[in-house]
Design a protein around this ligand. Structure first.
Ligand code: 13P
Ligand code: SF4
Length: 302
């Protein structure tokens, strides 16, 4: 059944001159048919350079929006238009404008997990892979950081000379991971290194051996001489880690570390989307141009 569908997807992909981008949290079968599987920064970089007529984005909506902002001449589609990111929806552009009015002259760093409208009101974007570098690139002593209070707190700890105004947003998937989970994992797997994503609560990041974006985890494990790792982020990444490192052992952190939105994309929906190109992601031009400035400024640093 899957093989028949994969065959059809490959044929349609050629016919449409499409490229399939997938985030590291996607289902295994989606990762397997994708042309590129990356973290948010990697996907933004690829989207900025891509040669294709159609970009089929298997991730969540803000990621496809970023690709659409960078590629106004291409058709960007998403297999499931309901695959949103609850954290991105925790701040609106009008709320950000109010915050900016309270802190005139303070630059806004927005995590890429935001809508295009919010990016349009931001000075620069960041991802979990480059938040420290982005903040350090700003000369001002104070910054507004939205919407992830945990990534913001983790970044603030690395850049103690700046004052951070944080927005109280968070990722519901990473927020479910607790310090008790880390303690249990250390007891159960004493030889394993504990790698934590900075969207986790700060006390969880503080208890880590290393803190990385998903792409950072992949690169670190590839080079590491260690054989065992506890992976403290959304469970979808473990498929890729196991596939790329067959001799190493990976342990998930919690049955709750699942992002239901990331799992909304399926092979059936990918096939349907390549046939129909129905769920197009289009950003209004006035918003796109402003949001692009914030993304470009980040990409210039990488
Ligand atoms: P990264 O893959 O950039 O680490 O981001 C994780 C995430 O939660 C994306 O929504
Ligand atoms: Fe959003 Fe969290 Fe899901 Fe990433 S894992 S898409 S931040 S809800």
């Amino acid at each position: 059944m899957n093989e028949e569908m994969i065959g059809k997807i490959q044929k349609l992909k050629k016919k449409r001159q499409a490229v399939i981008l997938a985030h590291n949290y996607q289902l295994p079968e989606i990762q397997d048919i994708a042309d590129h599987v990356e973290d948010s920064l990697g996907l933004s970089i690829i989207a900025s350079k891509i040669e294709a007529k159609v970009i089929l984005f298997c991730g969540v909506l803000f990621m496809a929006e970023t690709a659409a902002i960078l590629n106004p001449d291409k058709i960007v589609v998403i297999p499931d238009p309901h695959a949103g990111c609850p954290m991105a929806d925790m701040i609106t552009s009008s709320a950000l404008l109010e915050l900016k009015a309270k802190h005139p002259g303070v630059p806004v760093v927005s995590y890429v997990n935001t809508t295009a409208d919010v990016k349009a009101e931001s000075d620069i974007c960041c991802t979990s892979a480059n938040s420290v570098k982005v903040v350090q690139s700003l000369k001002e002593p104070e910054i507004i950081f939205v919407p992830d209070k945990y990534l913001g707190a983790y970044t603030a700890k690395q850049v103690p000379d700046k004052n951070f105004i944080l927005w109280p947003g968070y990722c519901p998937t990473h927020a479910r991971i607790t310090i008790q989970d880390i303690k249990k994992a250390r007891e159960a797997h004493p030889k394993a290194e504990i790698l934590v994503h900075p969207e986790c609560p700060l006390e969880v990041s503080n208890a880590a051996d290393k803190v990385f974006s998903t792409g950072g985890m992949i690169r670190y494990i590839r080079e590491s001489k260690n054989n065992e790792f506890v992976i403290v982020t959304e469970e979808g990444i473990i498929y890729r880690l196991q596939k790329e490192n067959p001799g190493k052992l990976f342990y998930g952190i919690s049955d709750l570390a699942v992002c239901p939105n990331m799992k909304k994309n399926t092979l059936e929906k990918v096939l349907w989307e390549l046939e129909s190109l129905e769920h197009r992601v289009v950003v209004p031009e006035n918003i796109r141009l402003k949001a692009k400035q914030a993304i470009d400024r980040m990409l210039l640093l990488t």
